[in-house]
Design a binder for this molecule. Structure first.
Ligand SMILES: Nc1ncnc2c1ncn2[C@@H]1O[C@H](COP(=O)(O)OP(=O)(O)O)[C@@H](O)[C@H]1O
Ligand SMILES: [Mg+2]
Length: 224
């Protein structure tokens, strides 16, 4: 599903090059549950943004769904993102003036997929995540864990093959964070490919494959 070859990413501050990713080779197959672990500043988000087709590498090749995506323009990248990828972030990024149900339905507006009965599907997802009584609540009327579950439902409404979650438990207490990780594990068992980024070593146990990122390179890659 994902193949990275010699991926480097630098930022440029004026003339000065600031290397962030220093040569990443990585293959992730469909159906994997992968944890990217690394301290803050090691390049995890930079790597996730490249994998999620939100940013481009400065060097190297990226094959997504067997297809080289390096030459694609923003519009074509957006089409691929929309079709294949659901995103979950630390800060949830729910729209404050929409209720839970409306937030889950947002991706449908942009979708080129023909999702049948989206409203029913959104309700089913929320019910499944224990939020049946919360569908009309605004984000401010939900706990952090509830907001993240709404965000995960939103990531799923479009039936993506791949879920990318960048520090999804970073704003949650550890019990709630573990519940969110269990949810990812369940979704993986149902066939979703999932990559979770975290700096929290306690979450390593939730993955089948643990990839350690250190200073812009992969320092360890263990499958249990
Ligand atoms: N747009 C940018 N311009 C310059 N430096 C950046 C930019 N984005 C990230 N960085 C730097 O890249 C490094 C890695 O960042 P990031 O990928 O966010 O790390 P992580 O997610 O592992 O904490 C950090 O030192 C950060 O300051
Ligand atoms: Mg980060």
């Amino acid at each position: 599903m994902i193949r990275l070859k010699g991926i480097k990413k630098s930022y440029f501050i004026g003339e000065r090059e600031l290397p962030i990713l220093k040569g990443i080779d990585l293959t992730i197959e469909s159906g994997e549950l992968v944890i990217f672990m690394g301290v803050s500043g090691s390049g995890k988000t930079t790597l996730m943004n490249i994998i999620g087709l939100l940013d481009k590498q400065t060097e190297g090749e990226y094959f997504f769904m067997e297809k080289n995506v390096d030459g694609l323009d923003d519009e074509n990248l957006a089409v691929l993102r929309n079709e294949y990828i659901g995103f979950v972030f630390q800060q949830f990024f729910l729209l404050p003036y929409l209720n839970a149900l409306e937030n889950v339905l947002i991706p449908i507006v942009y979708s080129k997929k023909n999702i049948k009965h989206p409203k029913e599907k959104a309700k089913q997802l929320l019910t499944r995540f224990g939020l049946a009584e919360r569908t009309h609540n605004k984000p401010s009327q939900l706990s952090g864990g509830e907001q993240q579950r709404v965000a995960i439902a939103r990531a799923l409404i479009n039936d993506p093959d791949l879920i990318l979650a960048d520090e999804p438990t970073g704003a949650l207490d550890s019990k709630t964070g573990n519940e969110i990780m269990e949810l990812f594990r369940m979704l993986n068992e149902e066939g979703k490919t999932i990559i979770v980024v975290t700096h929290d070593p306690k979450l390593a146990q939730f993955g089948k494959r643990l990839i350690r990122i250190e200073d812009g390179v992969i320092s360890q890659d263990i499958t249990s």
